[in-house]
Write a protein that binds this ligand. Structure first.
Ligand SMILES: Nc1ncnc2c1ncn2[C@@H]1O[C@H](COP(=O)(O)OP(=O)(O)OP(=O)(O)O)[C@@H](O)[C@H]1O
Ligand SMILES: [Mg+2]
Length: 390
């Protein structure tokens, strides 16, 4: 884990302060920027874009009013001129009027196979810099099966899987064999987040159960369905801000302490995985450890895999990688997914990890922004408090 260098240090660009040496070693000129905060909010307009029979969790990933207010306030605290815009069809005109230097992107999109990549694609067309992953990274990482193919290509550990286009597709022999041995499979929508579609019955033990769940999810979420080996073990997540350097070195990456769900603190009978119920319905009672009580070597491996996943998926500025530690295989960390646009609300997993590292919520938002401003060649005013730690 890298420590945040002191504000004003001459180390490489630091995502927290946004500072790095310019070519001649002097500081970049300081100037406030015009920043457009782009979001998709849980609005009636978003609801109107969904099919009439959309599931109850359909808007779960979208921003709340409080979230948008937090993003805006955090960036204003840096001295920037900030306005928030809905990432919808009016966006090109609104941006033309506002004239941003850079966009702070949290748009999840509301519909379409590559919904998270839509606003970035538009911003590319408009020639505007923006925070976070670019079009390809957001399209790939929204698609869990495609992400797993990329991970497998790079030899990174992820559960065996099958992507179902139809409930009657024959079950992959290795997954069928797992059921035959008394093992379980996990069934979830291929392109969702925030636990959407992940309820108690995600865990299945029969081929008929797999087909039934696939049929339901495919109809309800209108997308392919991912069936994976169920990994028994602890849930950990690891997040970061910053960027790799041009040669792929650790650059300005700052990896936060790993967090782990404390299932013992939930009522008996609660499902042993991070379902929609735990993530959303029971969010106020979220029970976790951060830092997770992991042996040093295991924690280092989780951090290494987090950075490698960030690298091979082409993410930028921020990410959070979710794992299970496989009890049947010596606690091998198995990568479930990478969140290239992780939740950034005051109570999101990444915010809690940053807080365990001594950062405030706003400092996390500011570091995310500064990482993008820095790599986009924009100067960053130096108004953050000195966060250097002993
Ligand atoms: N193959 C698996 N084996 C065991 N548990 C799993 C598996 N896949 C998912 N889970 C459980 O379900 C949770 C949610 O899965 P996943 O991270 O894929 O969903 P998500 O909705 O994209 O989450 P996020 O809120 O991070 O966007 C995991 O944290 C884990 O507890
Ligand atoms: Mg997840």
């Amino acid at each position: 884990m890298t420590a945040a260098p002191a504000a004003g240090s001459s180390d490489d660009a630091d995502p927290l302060t946004g500072h790095g040496p310019s070519h001649n070693g002097s500081r970049p000129a300081l100037r406030p920027l015009r920043v457009a905060v782009l979001h998709n909010s849980k609005s009636d307009a978003a609801r109107a874009l969904l099919p009439a029979d959309a599931p109850r969790d359909a808007l779960a990933e979208l921003d709340s009013q409080r979230g948008v207010q937090d993003y805006t306030n955090a960036l204003r605290e840096l001295g920037h001129t900030v306005e928030a815009f809905e990432g919808d069809l009016h966006l090109p005109q609104a941006l033309a009027q506002f004239g941003p230097d850079i966009c702070f992107n949290t748009c999840e999109g509301v519909r379409g196979d590559s919904r998270e990549a839509q606003v970035p694609a538009l911003l590319e067309m408009l020639g505007l810099p923006y925070t976070g992953g670019k079009v390809l990274a957001l399209a790939v990482t929204l698609d869990k099966a495609m992400t797993k193919r990329v991970l497998a290509y790079h030899g990174l550990p992820t559960p065996r899987f099958q992507e179902f286009h139809h409930p009657d597709e024959p079950l992959d022999p290795a997954l069928a064999a797992r059921l035959a041995r008394g093992g379980a499979l996990f069934v979830k929508p291929n392109r969702e987040g925030t636990g959407k579609g992940i309820y108690k019955d995600a865990l299945v033990r029969t081929a008929a159960g797999v087909r039934e769940r696939v049929a339901y999810l495919q109809a309800a979420y209108r997308q392919t369905v991912l069936v994976e080996e169920y990994v028994s073990g602890r849930d950990v997540t690891c997040g970061l801000v910053g960027n790799l350097d041009a040669l792929g070195g650790p650059g300005s990456l700052h990896v936060f302490p790993i967090s782990e769900i404390n299932y013992a603190n939930y009522p008996a009978g609660t499902e042993p995985f991070y379902s929609y119920k735990l993530k959303v319905d029971l969010a106020d009672d979220y029970a976790y450890w951060c830092p997770a009580p992991l042996a040093d070597e295991l924690a280092a491996e989780v951090r290494r895999l987090t950075i490698e996943t960030f690298r091979v998926c082409g993410c930028l500025d921020i990410a959070r990688v979710d794992f299970r530690l496989d009890v049947e295989n010596n606690l091998q960390p198995m990568i479930l997914e990478i969140n290239a646009l992780p939740g950034l609300a005051y109570n999101s997993d990444l915010t809690l990890c940053a807080q365990a590292d001594g950062w405030s919520h706003y400092q996390l938002l500011q570091a995310y922004f500064n990482a993008a401003a820095q790599r986009s060649g924009l100067s960053v005013p130096r108004v953050l408090p000195d966060l250097s730690r002993a």
